[in-house]
Design a protein around this ligand. Structure first.
Ligand code: FAD
Length: 472
């Protein structure tokens, strides 16, 4: 007989949603277990998502700057500037290992019981753990269960991923050499970040996107400007284009595409094809049938506003349920779910979840975009300030982009902020605070911002919604 252990809370999945929730539950005094089948904690984000991609983005950007900008910046280099792929990948691995190991330490510190194995439902209060090391199965008896099993790559019908020549984002992060020609299906955030990495390292990169715009969810004006800037860097775009076939033939991949409007067909050749059309909820192996939980037509587990399924002590957070598939959204939900269990109330503001694309320049936004405000019939004012007029950006020779505020036409309350620019991902936190506290653009414009900083562009864009900016 398998042994049985009792817990107040069992979390299935150790990604940003699950691990954060497990720690919070334990900190709230609940006896908590977390089950993870990957062999390391941190989920998609730490292992094959946010963290490895940012390592490659950061180091490929540095390489690109040294190679192409050193001279203009007064730095002389004697000898070749090159890329050592093995070391570049090793630096990425080091970051991943350090962070996933760190989460394991946090589990120990907070006394979260960590089960390395696959969790599956036996009944509404029992989860079976099948350890990855093949040891005896364990049954966990739980008063509360949190499902945080995340997402997986959405396959492209008819295109077989071998993670060598036809890759998902996971394979695109692992390439051992720089492909001469890289084709990417999908102009969303993941596709464009991977495009930037390999473009900087020397690939010829083509983005094939069915829609007529890139960066799903971006403000329309920002998406257009971003595309222009990326095209200037050398990225090729085939928008309004449908992929009809993608097959590996030896060491090349043949990709058949079709113009979505005219139906005109074309064949492209690539050394590597990346399929980046999105991610879908992951529930395989959970044996959901044992508890009869509901899924919507996108495979997302259905929950109420307190993360409860129709079995009220089973809650769901992160990529496997509704909302944007982002690590910080999963974390917020993990904390709130723990607070609901312990105190009966928790809070996530879905109108203020920042999104960041870590290209260069970065693109970041939170709150509503212009298209959404128009659709909702909300009257708004726009305030914009370009980085070319910001002293720090000019000094850093890094002036592409702008800050754009959308404010209520009457009250000047901040409704949305959209930034293309250096460090946009850090700057968007200030917008998040403004939205959370119901600030007006005047509140921001009257707040002293340090000089010379990029954040002065933020202040001036806020000012531009109701008055003339000073420096532009
Ligand atoms: P996941 O991180 O997917 O974790 C779920 C975990 O559950 C997995 O480790 C899985 O092994 C485990 N699991 C599943 N089923 C079981 C089971 N039955 N038993 C035990 N364990 C199980 N988001 C950002 O916010 N910023 C970024 O910069 C960013 N970059 C990304 C880049 C890439 C290339 C990718 C692919 C994603 C990126 N994301 C980013 C998205 C982010 O990774 C996800 O939104 C986030 O990981 C979701 O967290 P989660 O906890 O819901 O699920």
């Amino acid at each position: 007989f398998a042994s049985t252990k009792d817990f107040d809370v069992v979390v299935i999945g150790g990604g940003p949603g699950g691990y954060v929730s497990a720690i919070k539950n334990a900190q709230l005094g609940l006896n908590t277990a977390c089950i993870e089948k990957r062999g390391s904690l941190g989920g998609t984000c730490l292992n094959v998502g946010c963290i490895p991609s940012k390592s490659l983005l950061n180091n490929s950007h540095l390489y690109h700057q040294i190679k192409h900008e050193a001279k203009t910046r007064g730095i002389s280099i004697n000898g070749e500037v090159g890329v050592d792929m093995a070391s570049l990948q090793a630096a990425k691995e080091k970051a991943v290992k350090g962070l996933t190991g760190g989460v394991e330490m946090l589990f120990k510190k907070n006394k979260v019981a960590y089960f390395k194995g696959e969790g599956s439902f036996v009944d509404e209060h029992t989860v079976n753990v099948k350890p990855i090391d093949g040891s005896e199965e364990v049954k966990l008896n739980a008063k509360n269960i949190i499902i945080a099993t995340g997402s997986e790559v959405t396959p492209f019908p008819g295109i077989e991923i071998d993670e060598e020549r036809i890759v998902s984002s996971t394979g695109a992060l692992e390439l051992k050499e720089v492909p001469k020609r890289l084709a990417i299906i999908g102009g969303g955030i993941i596709g464009l970040e991977m495009a930037s990495v390999w473009l900087r390292l020397g690939s010829e990169v083509t983005i094939i996107e069915f829609q007529n715009a890139i960066g799903a969810g971006m403000d329309g004006e920002v998406a257009k400007q971003t595309q222009k800037l990326l095209a200037k860097q050398g990225l090729k775009f085939k928008l309004g284009t449908k992929v009809t076939k993608g097959v590996r033939e030896g060491e090349v991949v043949k990709v058949e595409v079709e113009d979505a409007k005219s139906g005109k067909k074309e064949e492209l050749e690539a050394d590597v094809l990346l399929v980046a059309i999105g991610r879908r909820p992951h529930t395989t192996g959970l044996n959901l049938e044992a508890v009869g939980l509901e899924k919507d037509n996108k495979g997302r587990l259905v929950i109420d506003s307190e993360f409860r399924t129709k079995v009220p002590h089973i809650r769901v957070i992160g990529d496997v349920t509704f909302g944007p598939m982002l690590a910080h959204k999963a974390e917020e939900e993990g904390i709130a779910a723990a607070e609901y269990i312990k105190n009966g109330h928790g809070h996530v503001n879905y109108a203020n979840i920042p999104a960041v694309m870590y290209t260069h320049p970065e693109v970041a936004w939170t709150g509503a975009n212009e298209e959404q405000l128009k659709e909702q019939g909300i009257k708004y004012k726009v305030g914009k300030f370009p980085f070319v007029a910001n002293s720090r950006a000019k000094t850093n020779l890094d002036t592409d982009g702008f800050v754009k505020f959308l404010a209520d036409a009457e009250t000047q309350r901040v409704l949305g902020v959209h930034i293309i620019g250096p460090n946009a991902g850090e700057m968007i936190a200030e917008a998040g605070l403004a939205l959370e506290y119901g600030a007006s653009t005047e509140d921001i414009a009257r707040t002293c911002h340090a000089h010379p900083t990029l954040s002065e562009a933020f202040k001036e864009a806020a000012l531009a919604t109701f008055d003339k900016p000073i420096n532009f």
